[in-house]
Design a protein around this ligand. Structure first.
Ligand SMILES: Cc1cc2nc3c(=O)[nH]c(=O)nc-3n(C[C@H](O)[C@H](O)[C@H](O)COP(=O)(O)OP(=O)(O)OC[C@H]3O[C@@H](n4cnc5c(N)ncnc54)[C@H](O)[C@@H]3O)c2cc1C
Ligand SMILES: NC(=O)c1ccc[n+]([C@@H]2O[C@H](COP(=O)([O-])OP(=O)(O)OC[C@H]3O[C@@H](n4cnc5c(N)ncnc54)[C@H](O)[C@@H]3O)[C@@H](O)[C@H]2O)c1
Length: 511
């Protein structure tokens, strides 16, 4: 009896989830129909409920969640490892190198002031790379384990959509296979944006992928683009001894950052000896054999100059990746910058085909891709999947870190909203002073009339961990007073958020 109830529940789930394309609607449910549907389902054993193309944070999370919801699920990935850009050549290896290089920097420059004396400190680059590679391979294998545990079928190969319910796969091991699915989710992510005159060879002119695997510390590194990748990778190699110059087309670094926080952040990076050449672009590179000569000119044109480099990192943005997917042939609409157009339910212009993650509009971030994946399959299951893009946090993992959620002061001003601002410097935070790491501030922006928090910006050690208090506050529509009246442990860096919140609606105590 218990087993029969379970089957019925499962089929009811299928009814609810498949909607008009599948088995019927939940209103039609009768026990007999359910059993009939179960037979129909078994006879179509080869067809999947969900086929995901791409095994990055968007795709693999969507696949696991789909399987957990009772869908027969297949995920197709062509790189030979799960985890996508993020795990293989993005978030994880970059954070490994940021941590290792920070330890080196601390050992060289900070330990002595804490009374820890070392002899000479040296870099063992192969060991550093080995630790990074170990983290990556452990995590990617972990996802394969999660696929097995959740019964997701993993197909290694490059997928091409040939209809709204079929994906043709060129298998990595040779041969081909056509995989059928009632619903197809495109989760093919993004790729590096190339620049004219600066051809990437991943040896001397590298993308972030090459910059994560250099075999020597370059004497001179030129970074093109002062976005997050440029500043994180510039920090890694700067700490390990490179002279780093960042050439940025715009007049500011990380344009999405709050202006006031950005200024402090730039000053901090300059103290770390990173040089900035703002309002400039690289128009060509010449390899002289003994090094690279970059031709640089003002963004708006003008006199050219030459910059020397051993390695050039191209980090001027990423573009959605849809190459070879067959989307044009099927009539899936793409916007003018190559993103797959979707509605609020992740539906593309072709029924049965969905898209999530970096390949659709919204911030190109792993946690956003994951949340897209969960929401997309929850919607397929008839549940209320939703991602609030207004509260997706952003973290720059330099030292200090910069983390933010919600609107910048410039954005609030532009919207014409009356607002209050509260700030608190880490110089006045007891934990930051006790660990001698007190650079940075917390800045909170709240609606003047309602006190609802509109944006929170933190520059400090561990800002990326602390920001989630603000994310949760904003998700629940909290006021700055709500945060200020919430008891915070002492002594913690998080107390700076409480104090900044006090300063937003009233006055801080410790500053
Ligand atoms: C250096 C770097 C550092 C980053 N650091 C962070 C960070 O710290 N935090 C953060 O949130 N984000 C970070 N990002 C961004 C993050 O990596 C992306 O936002 C995230 O990976 C997007 O996930 P996705 O699943 O949409 O796409 P992806 O991770 O790009 O995955 C897509 C997958 O689809 C596969 N694929 C493509 N086409 C096909 C096909 N036809 N058939 C089969 N498979 C296919 C690809 O091989 C790929 O594995 C970083 C990016 C880079 C480059
Ligand atoms: N910690 C993180 O969350 C993290 C880390 C790395 C990457 N990412 C994501 O990866 C994506 C790509 O990162 P990114 O740093 O490459 O891109 P980005 O779009 O964040 O920054 C690119 C920068 O390059 C500049 N630029 C563009 N063309 C230029 C040119 N010709 N010359 C000089 N400068 C030029 C832009 O003005 C911009 O400041 C981003 O969406 C980012 O969110 C996130």
């Amino acid at each position: 009896m218990a087993a029969r109830s379970k089957s019925l529940a499962f089929v009811q789930q299928l009814y609810r989830s498949s909607g008009p394309r599948g088995l019927g609607s939940s209103q039609d449910l009768r026990a007999g129909q359910c059993i009939g549907a179960l037979r129909l389902y078994s006879s179509e054993a080869e067809e999947n409920d969900v086929v995901v193309v791409g095994g990055g944070p968007g795709g693999y999370v969507a696949a696991i969640k789909a399987a957990q919801l009772g869908f027969k699920t297949t995920c197709i990935e062509k790189r030979g490892a799960l985890g996508g850009t993020c795990l293989n050549v993005g978030c994880i290896p970059s954070k490994a190198l940021l941590h290792s290089s920070h330890l080196f920097h601390e050992a060289q420059h900070e330990f002595a002031s804490h009374g820890v004396k070392l002899g000479s400190v040296e870099i063992d680059l192969p060991a550093m790379m080995g630790q990074k590679d170990k983290a990556v391979s452990g995590l990617t294998k972990g996802i394969e384990g999660l696929f097995k545990k959740n019964k997701v079928t993993y197909v290694k190969g490059a997928g091409k959509l040939v209809s709204s319910s079929e994906v043709f796969v060129e298998l990595s091991e040779g041969g081909t296979q056509t995989i059928k699915g009632k619903n197809i989710i495109i989760a093919t992510g993004s790729d590096v944006k190339s620049l004219p005159g600066v051809p990437i060879d991943e040896k001397k002119i590298v993308s972030s992928t090459g910059a994560l695997s250099l075999t020597e510390v370059p004497k001179k590194l030129v970074v093109i683009g002062a976005g997050i990748i440029g500043l994180e990778m510039g920090s890694v190699w700067g700490r390990l001894g490179s002279e780093v110059t960042v050439v940025e087309f715009g007049d500011v670094i990380v344009p999405s950052m709050d202006g006031e926080v950005r200024k402090s952040f730039q000053r901090s990076l300059e103290k770390q000896k990173i040089k900035f050449k703002l309002k400039h672009k690289v128009v060509g590179v010449q390899d002289t054999g003994s090094g690279l000569k970059l031709t640089v000119e003002p963004s708006t044109g003008g006199a050219q100059s030459i910059l020397d480099a051993d390695i050039v990192l191209v980090s001027a943005g990423r573009v959605p990746y849809t190459k070879g997917l067959g989307l044009e042939e099927l009539g899936v609409k793409i916007d003018r910058i190559g993103r797959v157009e979707v509605d609020e339910h992740f539906k593309t212009s072709v029924p049965g085909i969905y898209a999530i993650g970096d390949v659709i509009p919204g911030p190109m971030l792993a946690h956003k891709a994951e949340d897209d994946g969960v929401a997309c399959v929850e919607l397929l299951a008839g549940k209320a999947g939703h991602v609030n893009y207004e509260t997706v946090p952003s973290v720059v993992y330099t030292h200090p870190e910069v983390a933010s959620v919600g609107k910048t002061e410039e954005q609030v001003k532009a919207l014409g909203v009356a607002y209050n601002v509260g700030k608190f410097p880490f110089m006045a935070n007891s934990r930051a002073r006790s660990i001698d790491d007190a650079e940075g501030l917390v800045k909170i922006i709240a609606d003047k009339e309602t006190d609802k928090v509109l944006g929170v910006h933190i520059m400090s050690a561990n800002a990326g961990e602390m920001i989630h208090e603000a994310v949760l506050a904003m998700e629940y529509g909290a006021s700055s007073e709500d945060i200020a009246r919430t008891c915070h442990g002492h002594p913690t860096l998080s107390e700076a958020i409480k104090e900044a919140a006090m300063a937003t609606y009233d006055k801080s105590i410790h500053f």
